[in-house]
Design a protein around this ligand. Structure first.
Ligand SMILES: [Zn+2]
Length: 147
């Protein structure tokens, strides 16, 4: 009788050992899966730090380029036309520059146009005279006997 109890206890102990060994194996397998995740997290943290430094550098370059002082150093405001002018006489959109966008203006016969889709501002040339109006003015002056 006692021998069968001992055999039964040995069988239970053996089953427990097998169960514990299986748990240890499962634990190792799970740890193996966790290691790459930890590795990825470290790589992502490193990549994030690099991007943050790059962003700070770009932000500083942007601030240096588009601060009010930088704009005043680089451009002169043409009060007659309302545009910003470089020393090379290139015209830039005042509205866009104040938003931090450098948009060179297209020169037309009657003024200058900003080609930026979000702006499309037109700066009228105060020296421009419409040929039709000039002709009508000429005729009117002539008819009054001025010419
Ligand atoms: Zn503009």
């Amino acid at each position: 009788m006692i021998e069968s109890v001992i055999v039964l206890l040995c069988a239970i102990v053996a089953a427990l050992v097998v169960f514990v060994l299986k748990l240890l194996g499962d634990n190792r397998a799970l740890n193996a899966q966790l290691t790459p995740v930890t590795f990825d997290r470290d790589k992502l943290k490193e990549a994030n730090e690099i991007l943050e430094k790059k962003f700070e550098r770009v932000q500083k370059e942007y601030d240096d380029k588009f601060s009010i002082k930088a704009i005043r150093d680089r451009y002169k405001f043409d009060e007659k036309r309302g545009v910003m002018v470089t020393p090379e006489q290139h015209y830039f959109c005042t509205s866009c520059l104040l938003e931090g966008v450098e948009s060179q203006l297209t020169t037309l016969a009657n003024g200058w146009r900003c080609e930026r889709k979000a702006c499309e501002k037109f700066y009228k040339n105060p020296d421009y005279r419409d040929p039709t109006a000039a002709r009508e003015e000429y005729i009117a002056t002539r008819d009054r006997g001025g010419i």
